[in-house]
Design a protein around this ligand. Sequence first.
Ligand SMILES: NC(=O)c1ccc[n+]([C@@H]2O[C@H](COP(=O)([O-])OP(=O)(O)OC[C@H]3O[C@@H](n4cnc5c(N)ncnc54)[C@H](O)[C@@H]3O)[C@@H](O)[C@H]2O)c1
Length: 318
Amino acid sequence: MIESVKVAVIGTGNNISALVQGIALHRATGSLVGIRRPVLDGLGVGDIEFVAAFASSPEKIGTDLADAIFLPPNNFPRLISELPLTGVTVRRGLTDAAEVERVAAELAGAEVVLYAAPSGRPETARAYAGAVLRAGAAFINTTSDAVARDRQWLDRFAAAGLPLLGDDLASQFGTSVVHHALLRLLEERGLTLISSYQVNLGGTEDFRNLVANGNTKLQSKLNALATGASAADRVQMAPLGYLSHLKSHKVAHINIEAQAWGETPVSLDVKLKVHDPSGAAGVTIDLIRMAASALRQRRVGYLPEATPLLKSPPGTPA
Ligand SMILES: NC(=O)c1ccc[n+]([C@@H]2O[C@H](COP(=O)([O-])OP(=O)(O)OC[C@H]3O[C@@H](n4cnc5c(N)ncnc54)[C@H](O)[C@@H]3O)[C@@H](O)[C@H]2O)c1
């Protein structure tokens, strides 16, 4: 029998809510809806065991992970009426580098650490990465702050014999993958791109944070489009917008202006509405299993198979 993956989560926000609840839904009903890889390297979706969780808000600290994920400002909906307790009590996260040792000790036993705190705090991301190195676990950076695409950190994890995956998630069916696919289609069909833009509106705490502090995210969104140098200056990102009444929805608008045969114009507008945290959980479940499998097989550093699930893998600009 395969041993379940021992996972620690940093941050108990909407994405962790979607992940914890989605796994519980799958366990309770067997549903495979929205699951990209039912089995990955022998590991099923239900083969995940949460062993530690960290938060910054006093209301969440000391509660069971299954209760913490419903506390405000989280606003991802309930997926199942009865969510079993996890047995994991949420602990106080890192506030400064002096706490790296404490957190490293509290991570003991975790194989994979999922970093899901707010984006735009590179110092915090690196402090946690340091704690995970000491704890000897694989690290997944879901934020847009540079860790895996920072050569020094990648070398440190590789030297310690540990996998490091990141940076930033490319949501399962989000603006990045849809926009990227449309730009690639344009190129494949021989059209010429004139201009393109993306508008992203959302009602989550993540959006509220990114509106105030979105520098690393906007660059990361451009990385995800991986357009050639000639197209890069023709694609623009509107500043992110926070609208509380959208709750956990993200509403995105993609516009493409192009030219076809005979220099005639083509215009394309797409509206996408998704639950943003589901988009994150749908790829995180695969990243966790990739990282665990690599750790168990003693593969180290970055794993190329993770690239389609990330916006800013190693080699992209910080
Ligand atoms: N589709 C998506 O939702 C998506 C896609 C790509 C990347 N991401 C990134 O994933 C991350 C998590 O997203 P989310 O929607 O769950 O965000 P969120 O704001 O709901 O959750 C982050 C949680 O981390 C907590 N936190 C803050 N500082 C902390 C610290 N020092 N230690 C421990 N916890 C701390 C916050 O209180 C909050 O509960 C964000 O960085 C986001 O940009 C999300």
